[in-house]
Design a binder for this molecule. Structure first.
Ligand code: NDP
Length: 289
């Protein structure tokens, strides 16, 4: 029996419809949600991500402002722009597309964003709040994964969850959210001794590695829920140029109980959660006004 496909496009469409209704309501009351996006340099993948984020905003009735800087831009200019946006009450979310060029101190840039407008949830204060179960902006990709798990009513309490990857933007917050939801979480990384031992006992397996088709069917426990966060562009072979995940979809879907595809899985959900955080931020601002 092949796995149930968790359709990120369909779930996103439903959630974005609800967000558009909320955005319209806020706009009617005088607060149109607004996201400012900063892009530095000409990385083609980053440009595509930014384009998709801006398009997602437009469709949901969220205003977007885009600020583009050359690869050799001065960090002071970008920090100056962030300060302006922090002070502008009509802006509710500020996003700096990562990665930044090497001459930037990425951490300093993320910390410069006001915590109230940090809709990516990367500011250390938001991360700390999240870890303590306080109100925080939840990083979009792991938040999108949680929505996908909710959509299939995945039992989380007591579940064995294995997350491959420990990055600040995916693996770590993913582990935090699954722990908070009651799962028993194991975080694996490049130093993990027997990766297959861990993956094969996972009820929920999240792959956030950045290596195409790394997780194969033999690494998956029969009936497991497999969430593929990876977005990789194949550089060779018959599928060169196409996107694929960190999971070998063809073999994993024969073993898993449910699985997310790439494309059309976690990717669209990430943008949906960014829109959700922006609407949430605007809602908080309207409450204060
Ligand atoms: P990072 O490169 O920051 O982290 C990758 C993680 O995988 C690291 O923790 C690394 O371990 C671990 N890893 C690497 N090789 C192995 C291995 N052989 N065995 C076990 N663990 C390993 O990547 P990100 O977290 O930023 O992204 C992961 C993937 O998700 C990428 O494909 C990225 O494109 C995608 N992504 C998708 C998004 C979406 O919207 N769907 C959003 C963000 C990212 P160590 O720490 O030891 O180096």
């Amino acid at each position: 029996m092949t796995a149930r496909i968790i359709d990120g496009n369909a779930l996103s469409a439903k959630l974005r419809g609800e967000l558009a209704a909320k955005a319209a309501e806020l706009t009617a009351r005088g607060t149109q949600p607004c996201l400012a996006v900063i892009l530095v340099g000409g990385d083609p993948a980053s440009a595509v991500y930014v384009r998709n984020k801006v398009a997602g905003c437009e469709k949901a009735g969220i205003k977007s402002l885009k600020f583009e800087y050359a690869q050799d831009a001065s960090p002071a200019d970008v920090l100056g722009r962030i300060a302006e946006l922090n002070a502008d009450p009509s802006v509710h979310g500020i996003l700096v597309q990562l990665p930044l060029p090497k001459h930037f101190d990425e951490k300093a840039v993320l910390e410069a964003i006001s915590v109230e407008k940090d809709v990516d949830g990367f500011h250390a204060e938001n991360v700390g709040r999240l870890s303590q179960g306080q109100e925080a902006f939840v990083p979009c990709t792991p938040n999108g994964v949680m929505e996908m798990l909710k959509s299939i009513e995945a039992p989380l309490r007591g579940a064995e969850a294995v997350v491959i990857g420990r990055s600040n933007i995916v693996g770590k917050p993913m582990a935090m959210l699954l722990t908070a939801a009651g799962a028993t979480v194991t975080v694996c990384h490049s130093g993990t001794r027997d990766l297959n031992f861990h993956t094969r006992r996972a009820d929920i397996l999240v792959a956030a590695i950045g290596k195409p088709k790394f997780v194969t069917g033999d690494m998956v426990r029969p009936g497991a829920i497999v969430i593929d966060v990876g977005i990789n562009r194949l550089s060779s072979g018959p599928d060169a140029g196409k996107l694929c995940g960190d999971v070998d979809f063809e073999s994993a879907k024969e073993v898993a109980g449910a699985i997310t595809p790439v494309p059309g899985g976690v990717g669209p959900m990430t943008i949906t959660m960014l829109l959700a955080n922006t609407v949430e931020s605007a809602t908080r601002a309207a409450r204060k006004a």
